[in-house]
Every structure is written in structure tokens, then in C-alpha cells.
Design a protein around this ligand. Structure first.
Ligand SMILES: Cc1cc2nc3c(=O)[nH]c(=O)nc-3n(C[C@H](O)[C@H](O)[C@H](O)COP(=O)(O)O)c2cc1C
Length: 165
């Protein structure tokens, strides 16, 4: 079993989660790499991680998902400023699924990721970003220890699921 963790991260939140996910993978071979350098070809399971941006998938991540060969198994993980279980993160994952119709999605994991207070203040004045920026005010400190532990468990479960398919 060869597993890849390919992630995109601008301010380090998704990178932290990617490292926890990597730690939780029990596979004979595993690799972690920034999405701009990743190729999915040689791997059995691919974990694709990204920050929710404008309720959707960042363009570089979309490009990577579209490059994954048909039939591969993958799992999505996201960080987002908005509330846990909220519509904004769900919209992004929904879009990610639509890009993966010919792939097998094993599961998804999401947790909150803090946004710098200065940035939130600026975004609250911008109508496109106001909704998530209001919610993001309470994401300070995330991903925290408990988020990272859950990410690790998620990785373990996804590998077990891939083995049983
Ligand atoms: C340009 C931009 C757009 C964002 N859009 C959203 C959004 O629509 N919904 C949301 O919940 N969080 C949004 N966020 C917050 C990020 O998803 C969150 O802070 C994430 O943890 C950042 O991860 P990173 O440090 O790996 O880049 C946005 C952040 C930025 C910078």
C-alpha cells in the first residue's frame, strides 16, 4: 500500500493537518508533498488537502484533482475559518466531489483554521468575504491538538477502508 498526502496551504493551517494525517497513515510506503509538486500516478490512496476559499476549492487543487488517474482512491481534508459543519465548508467539499466523479472518494475530514485578526477586519468590509469572515472570528487557535488527533484517526480509518475494498 502506497499513500500520498498532497496539500495546499497558504498560512500553514492545512499543512499542520497534512502532517497529522501523514503521521496517522499506516502504510508500507507514504509520502507528503505540496500539491504543486505532486503526481498521483504511483499511489494507491491519495489524501488531498486544501483550505476552503470563497466556499470552494482553490484553483491549484482543482487542477490536481482533475489530473488524478481514473479509479484511484482518495480522501479529502479541509481547513476552514467558518463554523464546524457549516454550509461554506460543505459547499467546497460538494464541489470537490463533483471533480472526482471517476475516482473513489473514501471519506472527508474538516476542521477549523484560524485567520489572522488583521485580515478578518479587512474582509468584514468586503461583501464577497463578509459571511465567512464573521464566522472565522472564533476560529483562533485552530487547528488545535484535538483537531490534529482527529485528523490522525481519520487517516488511519481511511487506510483501513481502502484495504477492505
Ligand atoms: C482568500 C481566502 C478566502 C477564504 N474563504 C473562506 C471561505 O469561503 N470559507 C471559510 O470557511 N474560510 C475561508 N477562508 C479561511 C481559510 O479557509 C482558513 O483560514 C484555512 O484554515 C487557511 O488554511 P491555510 O493556512 O492552509 O491556508 C478563506 C481564507 C482566505 C485567505
Amino acid at each position: 500500500m502506497k499513500a500520498l498526502v498532497a496539500y495546499y496551504s497558504e498560512s500553514g493551517n492545512t499543512e499542520k493537518l497534512a502532517k497529522a494525517i501523514y503521521d496517522g497513515i499506516n502504510a508500507s510506503e507514504k509520502e507528503i508533498i505540496s500539491i504543486s509538486e505532486a503526481t498521483a500516478m504511483d499511489f494507491d490512496v491519495i489524501f488531498v488537502g486544501f483550505p476552503v476559499q470563497a466556499s470552494s476549492v482553490p484553483a491549484k487543487v482543482e487542477e490536481f484533482i482533475r489530473s488524478i488517474p481514473k479509479g484511484k482512491k482518495l480522501a479529502f481534508f479541509v481547513t476552514h475559518g467558518s463554523l464546524r459543519g457549516g454550509q461554506l465548508a460543505i459547499s467546497a467539499l460538494y464541489y470537490a466531489f463533483s471533480l472526482a466523479l471517476e475516482l473513489t472518494v473514501l471519506g472527508t475530514f474538516g476542521c477549523r483554521g484560524q485567520v489572522k485578526p488583521g485580515l478578518i477586519d479587512a474582509l468584514l468590509k468586503n461583501s464577497e468575504h463578509k459571511a465567512w469572515a464573521m464566522e472565522a472570528q472564533s476560529a483562533a487557535g485552530h487547528p488545535d491538538k484535538s483537531d490534529l488527533e482527529d485528523g490522525k484517526k481519520f487517516a488511519h480509518l481511511m487506510i483501513a477502508k481502502a484495504r477492505n475494498m
